[in-house]
Design a protein around this ligand. Structure first.
Ligand code: ARG
Length: 471
């Protein structure tokens, strides 16, 4: 390992660290991906140092040029990262200083503690924006699939037992709603990510008259009204990772939503349901069973929620016993954060692509939705309309279901006399000729039009609302 430690090891150290120590303590293997934001932060910091007279105009320009050149090399894959330089901050600063002597002034009034907090905030701010775009894409995929199958009705399930009929699109739109709440949570988290910690130093700010607001403005740390957002306590600012936890918590719930969607897709794709067919390109085969077509994307979406939940727990555990302020433990936050961000983003994209390549089997859906038992509740509502208290109506229809089971007839094939027979006293009063009309599925769906209900008109309205909102 090269001796490259001038940047952080002061005159106080008599020896270099051993290779095993360097390997154990390095973070360059994973934090190098912060390079773009590290460079942007340094450019803003240098600009401010020039404004307050720490750097001359020439020095500042040379530093910005040097950082820009380093950035280009990194992007082109030509930059040599050095493990001996520990992390992304020291790698870039050391190389800059090697090329531009004034680089030695760049760390004035700055510590890696506020620098890393800045870099992660800048990185996460972008990441949230990208993720929100991907989630909107998935929402659009769900809406499209619903629109293409707007006439399809399936059983809705509670306890995984057939409950009541719903438009297939209504089921899909349930996920659009969940994803919208995920977006709101991510935006909310964004408002707390978007606060500039630079100027907090190692723990206690600086005695130099730096201009925190200028740096924050240059890096767009402003709220919707343009007000500059600065952290208000230097100790909190350098040890705060709440925003990482918040993102990973929002990510965990997002992953749980993916997992539930995946589970529905997996069930629907089974021979038993047969509601959907996922295109070959989005399924995989079995190495042994030639007939298999497996919904692996959905299975992995479900499976990956485990690691995303794990990342959140790891972060909370990491933070819970930390004394103020910065402790090196905090370096462990990044892999968990990156893993959550990468996992949820990839899953969002793949689920959207899979849904765009999924076809619904209308015949199988219609066959399942034609089960008249799905409309037993409608028969109870019919009795309520005739004046029967709901509890009695529930009981009477229970008896009708029992009779249907006993006689081996579907509910809608019982005769009026059979319906009336379940209550010799009130049966004839409440069950009329029109009673069996409740089993007309189309009419039943036309009746479900409360706000948020799965009926024909309401679902069409909701599809149109989402289409407009997402375009
Ligand atoms: N690589 C470090 C981290 O990710 C940067 C901050 C190091 N600070 C320090 N005082 N050693 O946390």
């Amino acid at each position: 390992m090269k001796k490259t430690s001038q940047v952080s090891r002061s005159g106080r150290f008599s020896r270099e660290v051993g290779a095993d120590v360097a390997q154990f303590t390095q973070s360059i293997s994973f934090d190098s991906r912060l390079w773009r934001h590290d460079i942007l932060g340094s450019m803003a910091h240098a600009t401010m140092l020039q404004k307050i007279g720490v750097l001359s105009k020439k020095e500042c320009a040379a530093i910005v040029r040097g950082l820009d050149a380093i950035g280009r090399e990194i992007r082109a894959g030509k930059f040599k990262w050095q493990a001996g330089l520990e992390d992304v901050h020291m790698n870039i600063e050391a190389e800059l200083t090697r090329r531009v002597p004034a680089g030695a002034k760049l760390h004035t009034a700055r510590s890696r503690n506020d620098q890393v907090a800045l870099d992660v905030r800048l990185w996460l701010r972008d990441e949230i924006t990208f993720l929100l775009g991907e989630i909107a894409g998935l929402q659009r995929a769900l809406v499209s699939l619903g629109e293409k199958n707007s006439g399809v009705i399936i059983p809705g399930y509670t306890h995984l037992q057939r409950a009541q009929p719903v438009h297939f699109a209504h089921h899909l739109l349930a996920y659009v709603e969940m994803l919208e709440r995920d977006c709101e949570r991510l935006w909310d988290c964004h408002s707390r990510v978007n606060i500039c910690p630079l100027g907090s130093g190692a723990i206690a700010g600086s005695t130099l008259p730096i201009d925190r607001a200028l740096v924050a403005k240059l890096l767009h740390f402003t709220d919707a009204s343009g007000k500059v957002q600065l952290t208000q306590n230097s100790m909190d600012a350098i040890s705060d990772r709440d925003f990482v936890v918040e993102f990973c918590a929002a990510g965990a719930l997002l992953a749980v939503h993916f997992s539930r969607l995946a589970e529905d897709v997996i069930l629907w794709a089974s021979a038993e349901f047969n509601f959907i067919k996922i295109a070959d390109a989005y399924t995989t085969g079995s190495s042994l069973m030639p007939q298999k077509k497996n919904p692996d994307i959905a299975e992995l979406a479900r499976g990956k929620s485990g690691r995303v939940i794990g990342n959140l727990v790891a972060l909370l555990t990491l933070l819970k016993g930390l004394p103020m302020t910065y402790n090196r433990d905090l370096q462990e936050d990044k892999e968990r954060l990156f893993d959550t961000a990468d996992t949820v983003r990839a899953t969002t994209r793949l689920l959207a692509a899979m849904l765009h390549h999924t076809k619904v089997n209308p015949a199988a859906c219609a066959a399942a939705a034609s089960d008249p038992a799905l409309l037993a509740t409608d028969l109870a509502d019919y009795l309520v309309r005739k004046g029967m208290p709901f509890r009695q109506a529930h009981h009477a229809v229970g008896a009708v279901v029992g009779l249907a089971e006993k006689t081996g007839k579907p509910l809608n094939k019982l005769t009026l006399a059979e319906l009336q027979s379940v209550n010799p006293v009130t049966g004839t009063k409440f069950f009329g000729r029109d009673a069996l009309g409740v089993f007309d599925l189309k009419r039943a769906m036309a009746k479900r039009n409360l706000t948020g209900a799965p009926g024909t008109k309401e679902v069409a309205k909701q599809l149109a609302r989402w289409r407009a909102q997402l375009s």
